[in-house]
Design a protein around this ligand. Structure first.
Ligand SMILES: [Zn+2]
Length: 581
């Protein structure tokens, strides 16, 4: 009766909480417009915001209360409607969508109910500090130094970098609590928020002041016309505008540092002045990778003309972060590594898709194809192999939630799990290329238009038109549904000796997994190898016949190009009985 006891305890808590607070639907409102005046004092690590936000009731019932959440190190100063202060209670709210693991939540009582579809404008003010804080990671056991390389956001004297939702709630949001120790809940919550905010408009006036040479601000939106810098004695005050019209999938961020600039045809780099060599290495890498990316994905056709942008992070061990075609990363002098990063980034600046599995999947796929071109197919398979276990684990977890009937299905079309829309998607693109051939896939991609991608089967039709081949089953198994992975093993092998030293080898491959695939089957002979491709549907088997001109020795299935849950049982040794004299 453990379950009942838990329920009872929870019930008690709920009653207790309700007596003191509101019952509130935190995700009832979408934030449709932000107009924020953001002032930053790097020396004090302070942020102060004044501005207006517009919220629309997207729920089905009238709302009298609403929630506004900001990072827990910020405090609410004022909330007004039509110039009059409204009643609100500020409370800490535990949630891992912020690096501190908590939010300052204002529970606002509105002067009157907001009807479904109606909007309300609020004038708001809040301020506080944003310091390096990795509490949400350290409290689940991540060692502090490791956590700090991941949650590196902060306002600092020499360097400032602050990302938005999922890292720092530096602008107001409203979501249900998310917890890093509960599966994928942080990613799901952030994805839900982003989906609601796709059409939102965000306009910020970013001011900062300091001493000495004015530090340069960078943001990942459109840089506005407002741009000024004033020097009074030793101190300066700089004002810049940054707009997101609309926000789309972007997580708004700002960076302030004493950057130098390196501008090249394919990339702009903001670097710290003493890292010129590493920046030049990255610029060279981008230059070397650019023709490859153009060959694959054509001329740039993002949402707007966007150039790849790199901003150097101060911490040399910081985990890189990408937002659209902007990459925040420590600069590294390793040219090979830089080329791989550049391929990913240039792919983003060339082809935009609102679907993460296309946008990110293609960028990872491009890295694998680039490696193949530089170092051969095996190098690409090894690179993809680094992702295989992560995909298999994510599939296992996904199958468990499916079985318990909770959570959304994680098809590539709607997943918020990175292992799927990055790693699994990379494999899907690789398999598609193996199935339809490189030129058909390139032509399909050249015809891809983000604004025409409105129906789930848009991409399937594009590729089918070039490949002249039905891809319904493949897309159903890999893209439209989450059916897990294939699991191949060799069912049987029959070698039969023909005239001379010739053999016919009949191989049956079984797939006990939930997704079908076209898989390479390789016969190794005394002299040479031959590979054939065999389509094996889910939960079934298929047979392929080889003609061998010398003694057959071994059959192997799957060279690593198809992700599988279990990669043992892939090799079968063929024993040919010694000939009777
Ligand atoms: Zn990416």
């Amino acid at each position: 009766m453990k379950f009942l006891r838990v329920l009872f305890v929870l019930g008690g808590l709920l009653v207790h909480a309700c007596a003191h607070a509101y019952t509130i639907d935190r995700e009832a409102f979408s934030f449709t417009n932000y107009d924020l005046d953001v002032r930053i004092e790097p020396e004090q690590q302070r942020l102060a915001v004044r501005g207006k936000i517009t919220l629309r009731n997207d729920s089905k019932s009238p709302q009298k209360n609403l929630s506004l959440q900001i990072s827990s190190t910020l405090d609410w100063r004022s909330i007004q409607v039509d110039g009059k202060p409204v009643q609100f209670v500020s409370q800490p709210y535990t949630s891992d969508i912020d690096h501190t693991g908590a939010l300052s939540e204002a529970l606002v009582t509105l002067p009157s109910e907001v009807q479904p579809k109606a909007s309300i404008q609020l004038e708001i003010g809040y301020e506080g500090v944003i310091q390096l804080d990795a509490t949400r990671l350290t409290r689940i056991g991540v060692p502090a130094p490791v956590a700090a390389h991941s949650d590196w956001d902060q306002i600092g004297k020499t360097f400032t970098a602050v990302r938005g939702i999922g890292y720092v709630a530096w602008y107001p949001v409203a979501t249900e609590s998310a917890n890093l120790s509960e599966g994928n809940s942080v990613f799901e919550t952030v994805a839900r928020w982003k989906a609601r905010e796709v059409g939102a408009q965000l306009k910020i006036k970013l001011s900062h002041s300091g001493e000495g040479t004015p530090a340069i601000p960078v943001c990942n939106g459109e840089v506005g016309s407002l741009r000024s810098s004033q020097q009074t004695g030793k101190t300066y005050e700089s004002v810049n505008e940054c707009t997101f019209l609309p926000l789309g999938e972007t997580v708004p961020l700002f960076v302030i540092g004493n950057f130098d600039n390196l501008e090249r045809p394919s990339v702009n780099i903001s670097l710290s002045p003493d890292h010129k060599k590493a920046a030049e290495s990255y610029a060279l890498a981008a230059q070397l990778a650019a023709p490859f990316v153009t060959d694959w994905f054509g001329a740039p056709r993002g949402r707007t003309e966007v150039k790849a942008e790199v901003v150097e992070l101060g911490d040399p061990e910081a985990a890189p972060y990408e937002s659209g075609s902007m990459l925040l990363t420590p600069l590294n002098a390793d040219l090979k590594l830089a080329q791989l990063m550049a391929v990913h980034q240039l792919t983003h600046s060339t082809l935009f898709s609102p679907r993460p599995w296309i946008y990110e999947g293609l960028a990872h796929f491009a890295q694998a194809v680039y490696l193949e071109r530089e170092n051969g197919r095996q190098a690409a398979l090894d690179f993809m192999g680094l992702h295989r276990i992560a995909v298999a684990e994510a599939e296992k977890a996904s199958a468990e939630t499916r079985a318990s009937n909770a959570g959304v299905t994680q098809s590539l079309m709607n997943t918020s799990i990175e292992e799927f829309y990055r790693s699994k998607a990379m494999y899907v693109w690789w398999m598609l290329r193996d199935i339809v051939g490189e030129s058909a896939l390139k032509q399909a991609l050249a015809a891809y238009r983000a604004d025409a991608d409105r129906t789930p089967d848009y991409l399937q039709r594009l590729i089918e038109a070039q490949a002249k081949r039905d891809l319904e089953t493949f897309f159903a198994d890999w893209v439209y549904h989450d059916r897990g992975l294939p699991d191949f093993h060799i069912g049987s092998v029959y070698p039969r000796e023909m005239l001379g030293n010739n053999y016919v080898v009949t191989v049956t491959v079984e797939n006990s997994g939930g997704a079908g695939a076209e898989v390479p089957v390789t016969l190794t002979m005394e002299q040479g190898q031959v590979t054939k491709r065999l389509e094996v549907a889910a939960k079934s088997q298929a047979t392929v016949r080889f003609e061998a001109a010398s003694v057959p020795q071994e059959i192997s299935v799957n060279d690593g190009s198809v992700p599988e849950s279990d990669t043992s049982n892939h090799v079968y040794k063929i024993e040919i009985p010694a000939k009777k004299k």
